[in-house]
Ligand binder design. Structure first.
Ligand code: ZN
Length: 214
């Protein structure tokens, strides 16, 4: 029998555990929690334990608001550098947190997380600018098994990153997604380049079948 840990009364981020739910979710224990904002929510114990769930959802909501305030102030949509950095942040969040992200198994799925400071995109963007981000550079984790946090990250050239890490190599399914996304007409080449951490020239080669011909 697995070890049972009573979480009643414990705090995880903004959540205080009130009681155990009667119902299980796929045999996992679910806890009723009270969020600091006043909402009640039901959360899996391990999701709180590993720090994945820290609020009823209000924290993410505030991060979005914070970014939109930041956007208004800095007019990020007209600034390609800020735009790219924000895309980098979104992409990190996706592969570390969103189980439906097709790269999740290589990141969040093997325990790689994003530090609490970088939960807020403004902190990430500020760090990136202060640490010499410019076009053509890509975010690199110094320890490939380490987390996304200021101590473990730096910017290096894309070519260097491809040499350092097999993670940045595109898979055939990436290639298919890039072509499909471009075909929808909703994304510019530069947005796709941002998302996959590759250059716009590479995107252009892929969608014009000059690379990955089949
Ligand atoms: Zn809340």
């Amino acid at each position: 029998m697995g070890k049972f840990k009573d979480l009643t009364g414990l705090r995880f981020g903004r959540l205080t555990v009130v009681r155990m739910d009667k119902e299980r979710k796929n045999t996992h224990i679910v806890w009723e929690c009270k969020c600091d904002c006043g909402n009640t929510c039901h959360v899996l114990g391990y999701a709180m334990h590993y720090g994945n769930t820290k609020s009823c959802g209000c924290l993410e909501q505030e991060n979005r608001l914070t970014f939109s305030q930041f956007n208004t102030k800095h007019n990020y949509s007209n600034d390609p550098v800020l735009c790219h950095v924000y895309h980098v942040w979104k992409s990190i969040k996706g592969r570390c947190r969103r189980k439906t992200d097709k790269r999740y198994h290589r990141y969040g799925g093997r325990g790689i997380s994003i530090c609490s400071e970088w939960e807020d995109p403004v902190n990430f963007v500020n760090w990136a600018i202060a640490n010499g981000y410019r076009r053509g550079l890509t975010l690199d984790r110094i320890d490939n098994d380490g987390n996304y946090c200021p101590e473990n990250c730096r910017f290096i050239s894309i070519r260097e990153n491809n040499r350092n890490s097999s993670n940045t190599h595109l898979t055939m399914s990436d290639i298919a997604s890039i072509r499909a996304e471009y075909k929808t007409g909703n994304f510019k080449q530069v947005d796709i380049a941002c998302k996959y951490g590759i250059t716009q020239q590479t995107v252009s080669k892929i969608i014009n079948y000059r690379s990955w011909k089949n």
